[in-house]
Every structure is written in structure tokens, then in C-alpha cells.
Write a protein that binds this ligand. Structure first.
Ligand code: UD1
Ligand code: MG
Length: 485
């Protein structure tokens, strides 16, 4: 992959994500931007939004925890290889010391040079939407810059935005540099800015460090634009929750809650029933059809998809699972990297591990564990079984307590069942082993050899009945006791 070089004629966008900060208040070994919100690193959410703006260039400024952050960006890019289609490669730029937000943007200069417009985002503000960022860009309307602003009941700590009467911005004053009167202003800089790239390139070197933090502040560009007679625009955010930043773990939980509610509402409006949305967790990468129903405490993680009519009852946790039409998961199933066929019936308390593929109308009952197991249409394993490395044909019936013995301590082996095979309860299938169509395994059999189609296999020593045995045994036991006394 090679980054697109922006053409000099067509307008092109570069997105710069600032992620070099320490995040001291998280008190964590993990860099702040890598802490997960609704199952995905904050930086991942910001990258997701950025890429939807179809930028020609995408830059991330790294500093604290640089190696981890850069590794994450590479991993994110490989997960999104399809979307990026070889046209865009996020590039990381090191900010060697915390010189401020202006300094950070300068460190990434090769990452935005050549574009006509630069959008600056923060890696610790994961709730921004594409629509808001498009509105921010549009609000610039040819001016040098537009700044996303909020109005907060308690603006403590934020840069205060001093507006002109026509909603253009006179200047931004950081909390630490503000006078008492300026601190009364409740309009704050959310941090995101859309900038004309040529204005940015010529103005950045003029930002000084004459402030309380001795840093080069990016918002100083606002006063420069105003002084040049081209004041920037303020774009007021209608929903303040979007700019919820994360500075500590309480705000991390708050951001997760806000995003979870937003995603849940979106799916409810799209036709999904959530019995108890306050406890339902749907990651942003999951997709639901209309007319699905989710019980309380259900978690849909990763690239899980749920088809129309499916019912997933209370407490099921699904990661990268495809749930087919009208499938029914009873409470408390855990499934990972699995496919559940249309009309299948699973659980309660089933564990479908990676590589499980259940055909249409398969039934998996309680305390059944599957791994790399394919079950054909209509097959049933209703109780207490382990099915690993197994290829099970349509309409097989796996009795209670059946175990595939797939592992010899070193290697894994496969169990193959044709269609309509009946496995009696409490049987062991010692792999590698193949059973032909409609083979029949008697209850309690240890199958160690292949079974031809239509044949019975049973391994049982003949049972013996001894009439009156219990009473005689009792007499002998009592005699022993009497002798001891
Ligand atoms: C900044 C803004 C402030 C705004 C607030 C919104 C400046 C000077 N101030 O303040 O007006 O109200 O955000 O949250 O811009 N970063 C770097 N390198 C640096 C400094 C920061 O990459 O040298 C990154 C941080 O990782 C973070 C973002 O920039 O993602 C903002 O930095 P932060 O230190 O949180 O700035 P604030 O003081 O909150
Ligand atoms: Mg901050």
C-alpha cells in the first residue's frame, strides 16, 4: 500500500489525530487512547470516523506509549484493509516531547502537506459522529478555519471561545491563561478544527509559547486568522455528549455508556426489540436485521450479525458470530467465531467455540461444547456433549454424554459422521474415526474403529443377573461386623 499523494488541483482532505498525550489521570500502563470504549480502543473509534470522511491522507501523532499506539494503528489498518482498498494508509508521526497541540500538528506536517484541507481530531474523544465532522467542515465555507465548540454548564479546564457578534471567533483563551471574566464564558473549544491547509502551513510556525503552560497552542491560530481580517467560524455542537472526552476511568465508563445507548437506540429504531437496553451491549461493528429480539444482558461483540426473526435470550455473549434467520438462542450461551444456521435452537448454557458451523434447524442443548464442529441440517446434540474437530452429517442424533476424543495430548484428529448417524448416550468417538450414513452406536460404546454405513457398533460386556444377591451380601457384611465386636 502506498499513500495517495494529494493532487494539487482537486480539493483533498487530510485528517490528523492527536494521540501523543500521557493521560496521567488514567493511571495506566496502557496509553490512554488504547483504552476500550464499547469493546474498541478510543483511537479505533476515531479512525473509524476519520476513514468515513474519505480523506486522501490520515495521520496519527504519537508520543507517550508510541510503540503500542503505532502497533495498534497498524493492526487497525490491517483489519480495515478492504475499506482502505490500498488507497489510504494511516501514517504515524512521532512528537518527541509534549510541545502542545500546535507542535503536535507540526510534527505531522508530512502527513497533511499537499492536501487542501486539514481536519484535526483528538484520539481521546471517541464519540464524535461523521455527520458532526461534515457539518464542521461545511461551516468553514472558505474561511481559514472552523472550530467545533460546545456550551457546557461547567467549562472548567477547557479553552474558552470568545465569539464576535456574527459567530465568528475573536480568540480562544486557555483556562489557565484566562481572566476571571473570561472564565465565566461557557462556550468552549471542543478541540476539533477544520483548517485551510495553506493557512495552517504559513501560520503554524508563528505560534509561540507565551502562555501558562509554555506550550504551542493550536487554538492560537484563531487569533491569527482574526488579526488577518479573516476570522474563523464556530460550529456549535447540538449534542454536547459527542465531545465527551476521556481523562479518567469514570469518564471512560461514561463514554461507554453514551455510545452503548446511542448504538442501542439506533438498532431499536431500525426494528430490533431490546428487552432491557440498559444492559444490552452491541459493539459498533455488529449488525442486526429488523425483527430480532435480544434479552437482558446480551452482548454482541466484534463482527456479529443477527438475521431477521432471531431470538437471543438473556445473558448470551456472542463474538464474531453469524446468527441465521429465526434462530433461537436460549439463555446464557457463549459463542465465538461461529455460524448458527436458520431456525437453529441453541442452549441454554451452550458453548460454541471457534469454527463451529451449525446448519439449518440444528439443535444444540444444554451443556454442549462445540469446537471446529460442523453439524448438518437438522442434526441434534441435545445434552452434555463435547464435539471437537467433527464433521457431523445432516439429521444425526448425538446422545447425551457423547464425547469426541479428538486430542491425544500432542495432535488433534477428526471425527466424521455421515448423515442420519445415531450415537447412543455416553459414547466416546476416538478420533480419527469415520462413521458411515445411518450407522448406529449403542449406548456406552467406545468407538475406536470406522463403522460402515447402516451398521451397528456396540462395545458392552454381557450383563449378568444374580437373584437374591443383595440380601446375601448384607448377611456377609453383618457377620464381619459381629466378629469384630
Ligand atoms: C485542549 C485545547 C483546549 C480545549 C480542550 C478540549 C489546546 C492548547 N487546548 O486542551 O482549548 O478546550 O483541548 O478538550 O489545544 N496532544 C498531543 N501533543 C501535545 C499536547 C496534546 O498530541 O503536545 C494531544 C493529546 O493527546 C490530546 C489532545 O492533543 O488528544 C488535547 O490535549 P490535552 O492536553 O488534553 O489538551 P487540553 O489541555 O485538554
Ligand atoms: Mg484534554
Amino acid at each position: 500500500m502506498s499513500p495517495l499523494t494529494a493532487s494539487t488541483t482537486a480539493p483533498s482532505l487530510a485528517v490528523v489525530i492527536l494521540a501523543a498525550g500521557l493521560g496521567k489521570r488514567m493511571q495506566s500502563q496502557l496509553p490512554k487512547v488504547l483504552h476500550p470504549v464499547l469493546g474498541q480502543a478510543m483511537l479505533g473509534h476515531v479512525l473509524d470516523v476519520a476513514v468515513q470522511l474519505k480523506p486522501a491522507k490520515l495521520a496519527v501523532v504519537t508520543g507517550h506509549g508510541r510503540e503500542q499506539v503505532e502497533a495498534y494503528v497498524a493492526q487497525w489498518a490491517s483489519r480495515h484493509a478492504d475499506e482502505l482498498a490500498g488507497k489510504l494508509e494511516p501514517q504515524c508521526f512521532e512528537q518527541p516531547f509534549q510541545g502542545g497541540t500546535g507542535h503536535a500538528v507540526e510534527c505531522a506536517k508530512p502527513g497533511w502537506e499537499g492536501a487542501s484541507e486539514v481536519l484535526v481530531l483528538y484520539g481521546d474523544t471517541p464519540l464524535l459522529t461523521v455527520a458532526t465532522l461534515q457539518d464542521l467542515r461545511n461551516s468553514r465555507a472558505g474561511r481559514p478555519l472552523s472550530m467545533l465548540v460546545g456550551e457546557l454548564p461547567d467549562p472548567t479546564g477547557y479553552g474558552r471561545v470568545i465569539l464576535n457578534e456574527d459567530k465568528t471567533i475573536a480568540c480562544v483563551v486557555e483556562h489557565k491563561d484566562a481572566t476571571e471574566a473570561q472564565r465565566q464564558v461557557r462556550v468552549i473549544n471542543a478541540g476539533m478544527m477544520a483548517l485551510d491547509a495553506a493557512f495552517l502551513a504559513r501560520s503554524l510556525p508563528r505560534i509561540d509559547t507565551n502562555n501558562a503552560q509554555k506550550e504551542r497552542y493550536l487554538p492560537d491560530l484563531v487569533a491569527m486568522a482574526a488579526a488577518a481580517g479573516e476570522p474563523g467560524m464556530a460550529h456549535l455542537l447540538p449534542d454536547q455528549r459527542e465531545i465527551q472526552g476521556v481523562n479518567n476511568r469514570a469518564e471512560l465508563a461514561l463514554a461507554t455508556q453514551i455510545l452503548r445507548d446511542r448504538v442501542n437506540t439506533q438498532w431499536m429504531l431500525a426494528g430490533a426489540t431490546l428487552d432491557d437496553p440498559a444492559t444490552t451491549l452491541i459493539e459498533t461493528s455488529a449488525v442486526l436485521d429488523a425483527d430480532v429480539r435480544l434479552g437482558a444482558g446480551v452482548e454482541l461483540r466484534g463482527k456479529t450479525t443477527v438475521a431477521r426473526g432471531a431470538l437471543i435470550e438473556r445473558g448470551c455473549v456472542l463474538t464474531d458470530v453469524q446468527v441465521g434467520r429465526d434462530a433461537h438462542l436460549l439463555p446464557y450461551c457463549v459463542a465465538t467465531e461461529a455460524v448458527i444456521g436458520a431456525g437453529a435452537h441453541v442452549g441454554p448454557f451452550a458453548h460454541l467455540r471457534a469454527g463451529t458451523e451449525l446448519g439449518a434447524k440444528v439443535k444444540i442443548g444444554n451443556f454442549v461444547e462445540t469446537k471446529k464442529a460442523r453439524l448438518g441440517e437438522g442434526a441434534k446434540a441435545s445434552h452434555l456433549s463435547y464435539l471437537g474437530d467433527a464433521d457431523i452429517g445432516a439429521d444425526c442424533n448425538i446422545g447425551a454424554g457423547t464425547i469426541t476424543c479428538n486430542y491425544d495430548g500432542v495432535n488433534k484428529f477428526k471425527t466424521v459422521l455421515g448423515r442420519g448417524v445415531f450415537i447412543g448416550s455416553d459414547s466416546q468417538l476416538v478420533a480419527p474415526v469415520t462413521l458411515g450414513d445411518e450407522a448406529y452406536v449403542g449406548a456406552g460404546t467406545t468407538v475406536t474403529q470406522d463403522v460402515p454405513a447402516g451398521a451397528l457398533i456396540v462395545s458392552r460386556s454381557p450383563a449378568v443377573i444374580k437373584e437374591g444377591w443383595t440380601a446375601k451380601k448384607r448377611q456377609r457384611q453383618l457377620a464381619v461386623k459381629a466378629n469384630k465386636a
